[in-house]
Design a protein around this ligand. Sequence first.
Ligand SMILES: [Zn+2]
Length: 381
Amino acid sequence: MTTQPLDVTTLTADLIRHPSVSPDPGESQIALGATLEAMGFVVTHLPFGEGAERTPNLFARLGTGKPHLCFAGHTDVVPPGGSDWAHGPFAGTVENGRLYGRGACDMKGGIAAFVAAVSAFLARTPTPRGSISLLITGDEEGPARFGTRKVLEWMKQHDLIPDFCVVGEPTNPVAIGEVIKIGRRGSLNAHIVVNGRQGHVAYPHRADNPVHRLLHVLAELTAAPLDNGSEWFEPSSLQVTSVDVGNTATNVIPAMAEARLNIRFNDLHTGAALRGWIETICMRHAPGATVNVSISGESFLTKPGPDVSALSAAVKAVTGREPKLDTGGGTSDARFIAQYCPVAEFGLVGASMHQIDEHVAVSDLACLTAIYENLLERTVA
Ligand SMILES: [Zn+2]
């Protein structure tokens, strides 16, 4: 099979024209699957979940050789969020060197860049040594229950875990080539409810003030930094996000006080250890307090090795920039992939992601395509 190089801007605009507010109804993945099949990929559509939760996913593989390089991404997008788009959110309009539309940078442009890169790579290297795959989910922006996590379980069952995975999320703040993400912090939410005994402020001995107990809890939780950072991570951060009593009277000791907090934690902690720490402090100052802790994700890190080096080198070769290896920002599906294989994230400039008039520079699409093609040459040629 001879493959013709595909145009990245056309590919991105075609994907944008399939509206796919999370969870993706699926048409964008049918179109993407057809493109990949025409390039020689074996495409498997993997819908998981039932009813309103039904999530389309796609796994596509070209070749069976080693090493196996996987590209991961999502076709679902966040809602347009308003009607004052200068260009329709699903029109895929190009104007003044920019392509507009929901998903342009997060992350239909990233998917299109990888597909275009593979097409250009195959045009010059029709029979590569290694193999290439795509793991595409339709639910990354939503609850992410029937997406990447389920596809990885299926890949494990079928012995399809890659040697290295690149997630095409927009990682660059301003210019392409600035940042490769090699890990992410974990995230934990806690809700603390302290019950006391209501009473008159003039007769405090007949009451038990839960506000004072809660203040002692929060004072100890925030007294010292959680850590000073680690080799690849910034210091962990605990932020109290809410303290509520709901008392409007000036002469009443309230019966209850509650607080919420979030911790973004690095690889020096686990969610379970932080949960235990919070519970111990609550026990000390407010025995009987109700503490609800939910862990949205553990921290993870791919220690820089040959794979991350190849990606850095590809970025440098195309852009001239030395990308910073970073672990900041929110969470992504890479947290699931990290449980199976080394993973790094590199994509477009994310400045307009989730905003009105989301857009990407056409020149950035070409640049990212060249970087992915360079990576393919370094790893699977
Ligand atoms: Zn995204």
